[in-house]
Design a protein around this ligand. Structure first.
Ligand SMILES: C[S@@+](CC[C@H](N)C(=O)[O-])C[C@H]1O[C@@H](n2cnc3c(N)ncnc32)[C@H](O)[C@@H]1O
Length: 284
């Protein structure tokens, strides 16, 4: 059967692998949106989400707890005085978007959202077009090309006045293969940021003190499931995730199941996020 396909508007359709909207192919951003209670998903996404929930029954909780981690981390950055946010791998807007959290502590917050997916970018632009939203921009760009990302006007403007910036990489680095050198990309993105800048990361993890061999086998099955989607999944061992913070001061409690970052996690929340780690580092 021929796949249903609709062309989605894009800044540069050739640059993004999912520049057209393929309704029969599950899409990680829409699977995620479905699981965190959003409204932007199709039948194929819901089907993949249900398969994921069969493999990992607590996956819905894990994703919601990831979202809650990002909220706490962004709030912590804003309360520490950071008013510039560069959020890469934004995802389809859902409650708890970075600008909504940041502006609660910093009415002068400025946010640049970046995603490589034209579908996500279109949704995000519609959201931030509302009057009364703090200064936000939405850019279609790829984390794997940090030079182009830093050179883009909204990012150059955000960084231009030398204020500390929070670089938010929520649930995105595990969609970047090792061959695309995600550690080098993060290093490059941190380079121009002023002292006091922060790095906020959440990442799927398949080998750590918190998981056992049965969890690792399930992670392999989830990785296989994501091969059917537009973005492949690369879970990493905890040490490789911690390596994204090289040269930064990792804030307590360090890199932990994201429900336990700056929060009293229940046993079931800890269990749900044992394969989904979060951490925050500060640039000296
Ligand atoms: C699961 S969503 C994460 C949403 C949000 N950051 C959160 O954690 O709640 C992952 C997003 O990363 C985006 N993404 C994947 N690879 C990317 C890349 N190389 N550059 C920029 N965005 C990317 C996807 O399009 C998707 O919207």
């Amino acid at each position: 059967m021929e796949r249903r396909r609709a062309i989605w508007p894009s800044d540069d359709a050739k640059a993004a692998p999912s520049a057209s909207l393929d309704l029969d192919r599950p899409h990680p951003a829409r699977i995620y949106n479905y699981l965190i209670g959003g409204k932007d998903h199709f039948a194929a996404d819901r089907e993949a989400a249900h398969t994921l929930q069969r493999l990992i029954p607590e996956s819905r909780d894990a994703m919601r707890l990831n979202r809650a981690f990002l909220t706490r981390a962004v709030r912590r950055a804003a309360e520490a005085g950071v008013s510039r946010f560069l959020d890469i791998g934004t995802g389809i807007p859902a409650p708890g978007n970075t600008h909504e959290i940041a502006v609660q502590s910093r009415p002068d917050a400025r946010v640049v959202y970046v995603d490589r997916d034209p579908l996500v970018v279109t949704h995000a632009r519609a959201l931030v077009a509302h009057p009364g939203m703090p200064a936000t921009a939405v850019l279609q760009a790829d984390l794997r090309d940090p030079e182009a990302l830093l050179a883009a006007a909204p990012v150059a403007n955000l960084l231009g006045d030398g204020e500390p910036v929070a670089l938010v990489l929520g649930a995105v680095l595990h969609f970047v293969d090792d061959a695309d050198e995600p550690h080098a990309a993060v290093r490059r993105l941190l380079e121009p940021l002023a002292p006091g800048s922060m790095l906020i990361v959440s990442h799927v993890c398949h080998i750590s003190q918190w998981v056992d061999t049965a969890d690792q086998a399930r992670a392999d099955q989830v990785t296989a499931l994501y091969r059917e989607t537009v973005d492949r999944l690369t879970p990493r061992r905890a040490e490789r995730i911690e390596a994204f913070f090289a040269g930064l001061d990792l804030l307590p409690p360090g890199l932990v199941p994201c429900a336990a970052w700056d929060a009293e996690a229940t046993v079931s929340e800890l269990r749900a996020t044992r394969g989904f780690l979060g951490g925050v580092g500060v640039k000296r």
